[in-house]
Design a binder for this molecule. Sequence first.
Ligand SMILES: Cc1cc2nc3c(=O)[nH]c(=O)nc-3n(C[C@H](O)[C@H](O)[C@H](O)COP(=O)(O)O)c2cc1C
Length: 142
Amino acid sequence: MGETHPNVTDITEIGLAAERGGGADAIVAVNTVKAMRISTDFRRPALGGNGMGGLSGPAIFPVAVRCVWELYESCEIPIIGCGGISSADNVVEMMMAGASAVEIGSAVIEDASIFRQITENLYRRDGGGECPEDIVGGCAHA
Ligand SMILES: Cc1cc2nc3c(=O)[nH]c(=O)nc-3n(C[C@H](O)[C@H](O)[C@H](O)COP(=O)(O)O)c2cc1C
């Protein structure tokens, strides 16, 4: 499995390197987005280490969709979409970008019942009759 980080100029280079050079069976995209906060009270970086940290959750969803879309355009192996997913609609959007499966991280911290909610809503959508293979990458790519 190759895990791709969004903090690169061209994520397809990393995806292709994992697929061709690394022999990866699938790609997970994305991990957290490099970010920083500065405490205005203490007048110094607020996060540990060098003051930087990884941003996750809904704010990074559009970044993740873009990365999955670009990887789907260039790679053959399956893509597992991750980053800011918190609803059934987000799951469908990720599939349209090209994800064959998804991961959910931060939303679980907010609400542990997120998997049940998303599953119920996914199967409720459009009568629940749409085949996943028809959605993955299908409509959002030329
Ligand atoms: C508290 C926390 C711990 C994490 N630990 C790791 C880790 O150890 N290794 C890793 O590759 N990614 C780690 N991640 C990144 C997640 O796997 C995921 O890629 C990222 O949070 C984006 O998804 P999300 O917006 O659904 O959380 C962590 C994320 C969070 C919020």
